[in-house]
Design a protein around this ligand. Sequence first.
Ligand SMILES: Cc1cc2nc3c(=O)[nH]c(=O)nc-3n(C[C@H](O)[C@H](O)[C@H](O)COP(=O)(O)O)c2cc1C
Length: 301
Amino acid sequence: MSGLKVTVGKISFDRPGIVASGIMDETGDTMVRMLRSGAGAVVSKSVGSNPNPGHRNPNFTEVPCGCINAMGLPNPGIDAFAEEMEVAVKEGPIIGSVYGSSPGEFAELAGKMEDYGACAVELNLSCPHAKGYGMEVGTDPKMVGTIVKAVKDAVKVPVWVKLTPNTHILQDIGRSVEEAGGDAIVAINTLKAMVIVPEFGKPLLSNKVCGLSGKCIKPIGVRAVWDLHNAVSIPIVGVGGIYDHRDALEYIMAGASAFQLGSAVLTEGVDVFEKINRGLEAFMEEYGYGSIEEMRGVAHE
Ligand SMILES: Cc1cc2nc3c(=O)[nH]c(=O)nc-3n(C[C@H](O)[C@H](O)[C@H](O)COP(=O)(O)O)c2cc1C
């Protein structure tokens, strides 16, 4: 499988598919399971300073061609998460996802993830349904730069920054990440969305406004990676609607160095990574590519 090896800045992974934050990554055991199922790495659930129960039910539903959720970032808090990380990091590379409301809070959380053995940290600047967090801090290029700089000053591990597609200035935000020293950009998080039940005359999910993921967001994610590739030189990790190797190839050819899967793990099962790995190998053999890197960004040529 050496042709599947990828490098994202300073770190290498034996396989290019990574578990996206929020899916099968809330406990040490589920993270281990994903690493054993063909994922090259796992991004942990986004963790904050304090335990958070998240939004009340209903907070998830399937829609045609995708999923819609407003979990509200449920997590046990950074101190309790130490024991999950202890189990997971023994098995393989874990990227610690964190969310905060200020540069100092992000820096402190990232420092703890580094202490727990994370090979990189991912800053969630993009959740669309957590008041005061996520995309509320991630759509202001100046604030993004300040947060990234604070985290860079606090940790030695690479700092990945996960961006929202819910903006018309994605390239400006990407450039802020790069100028502040960010090591990679992860794109995209979910799109702001909503479902209304006509019989009730009310929104279906308790938080009303939610995030859309899955097959239907892939063209938006691919375009976001394409735009970022034209704006920055740091590596990009593509995410959004990847279900098979052809979806992954679209992201790679738009400029992604690696890719993440979220919703597909929920609907296709944990085997999806192995299927994608086999599909990529067969494609590379048929079309004469020796590595993922050789295919990266070819659609721009
Ligand atoms: C149930 C669920 C929970 C999620 N939780 C998080 C989270 O905690 N942090 C984060 O950065 N993204 C979170 N996401 C977003 C995913 O990581 C991913 O960016 C998004 O779903 C698009 O990828 P997909 O189409 O492969 O699902 C979540 C998505 C879903 C569906």
